[in-house]
Design a protein around this ligand. Structure first.
Ligand SMILES: [Fe+2]
Length: 396
């Protein structure tokens, strides 16, 4: 049977014209068991569509690891490395992950108590909530009515020492049913979005770039982001913006001298735009919470300087300016009509292009709402590819 691709069901809030290429349900292939020819088709579909959904999947941790690894056969370790080491204990990610003992590249994530699960006698899971991360929180009265927030828009990536995984797989094993919630942006725009309980929300990094005005495209195509050392430890004492799209600049980040040992050569500097290996399109792939500096190249020779930002290039180290520019470029891309909030059903297996989309956890569960997911991504064997000389000419 040939692979069959059908568009994902979009919520009423989504602008269908912006989702023509984004997201497909896949039929006719078993994600647990596929031939090399079928894998080629899955791979091409993933890079074309950003996210693939397999319904009613039955995938063991070893099979999930095998599919994830097929995208980058030389990759080996979990995308954040070994999270059990003492030096990352202070990381903001630490409490959210439980490793599956037989396949340490696969993590158990979710909410509530899970027993006798894949060799784990007992796991206490906690769905991350904006209440422990954002500067402001939804009032308890509004929360009781189902108002919630995006937790943290991100790429799955350590952003230090290791390269960003090419793909992430998410497998919903136990999915609690519940009322829809309203995700509020609380940034003065009045934007809000109706979301299924515990949705994973996705936006296309390609769309995030495509909708920018000319001067912002010119800046994005010329700019690289330098990430903080041990970014998740660095950001742990700080608070996020109400949209989950970056950190408020209050000077609360852990001082560099208080971080676990780090070295300059392990810092990550990535272009803002990452090139899609199949379509050649450019995706705006920045993890705003971890960004520390921006390095802007000067306009290429012959480019018009009219209206151009930083025409002679710049090294921006002022954290407020760095965050302000990134926010200006990224906020349009998370508008309600551009968000795909996945409505999880049990045994949904979602594969997403981690170098082509941004995603976030959303919503809040009560402790008795048990949710169990398997997540896998692998630190890549190579760095993302940035814009070509031709791309820079096109957009400046
Ligand atoms: Fe993630």
């Amino acid at each position: 049977m040939a692979i069959e691709l059908t568009p994902l069901p979009l919520p009423a809030s989504a602008d269908p014209s912006k989702f023509a290429d984004f997201g497909r349900e896949v039929k006719g292939v078993d994600p647990a068991n596929f031939t090399p020819e079928q894998f080629k088709e899955i791979e091409e579909a993933l890079y074309k569509h950003g996210a693939l959904l397999f319904r009613d999947a039955h995938v063991s941790p070893a099979q999930q690891y095998a599919l994830t690894k097929a995208f980058d056969p030389k990759s080996e370790s979990y995308g954040h490395g070994n999270n059990k080491t003492g030096e990352t204990k202070k990381s903001i990610l630490h409490p959210d992950l439980k490793t599956i003992p037989s396949v340490p590249q696969v993590q158990l994530i979710g909410n509530g108590m899970v027993y006798n699960h894949e060799g784990l006698a007992e796991a206490r899971l906690k769905h991350p909530s904006h209440t422990t991360f954002h500067k402001t929180v939804v009032s308890p009265e509004d929360a009781a009515k189902g108002v919630t927030r995006f937790y943290r828009w991100h790429i799955d990536a350590a952003l230090y020492d290791l390269n960003p995984p090419k793909v992430t797989t998410l497998y919903g094993l136990t999915v609690p049913a519940g009322e829809k919630q309203v995700c509020r942006y609380d940034d003065g725009t009045g934007d809000e979005l109706e979301v299924p309980l515990g949705t994973t929300a996705f936006v296309s990094g390609h769309t995030m770039f495509e909708i920018l005005p000319k001067e912002m495209k010119s800046l994005a195509v010329r700019t690289k982001v330098k990430y903080a050392p041990h970014p998740y430890v660095w950001m742990a004492p700080a608070h996020a913006m109400s949209t989950g799209l970056g950190i408020e600049s209050e000077g609360l980040e852990l001082p560099l001298e208080e971080l676990p040992e780090w070295s300059e050569d392990k810092l990550k500097i990535f272009p803002i735009l990452w090139k899609n290996p199949v379509t050649g399109g450019l995706h705006f792939q920045v993890h705003p919470c971890g960004a520390k500096e921006l390095v802007v190249e000067a306009l290429p020779e012959g480019a018009s300087r009219g209206g151009a930002l930083y025409p002679d290039g710049a090294h921006i180290t002022d954290i407020k300016e760095v965050r302000g520019l990134l926010y200006q470029m990224q906020r349009p891309g998370i508008a309600p009509k551009l968000v795909y909030p996945h409505d999880w059903r049990e045994n949904d297996f979602v594969l997403f292009h981690n170098r082509g989309v941004l995603h976030t956890v959303v919503g809040a569960f009560t402790p008795d709402q048990v949710r169990a997911f398997h997540q896998c991504n692998l630190a890549a064997s190579d760095e993302p590819v940035g814009p070509s000389v031709e791309d820079i000419k096109t957009y400046t």
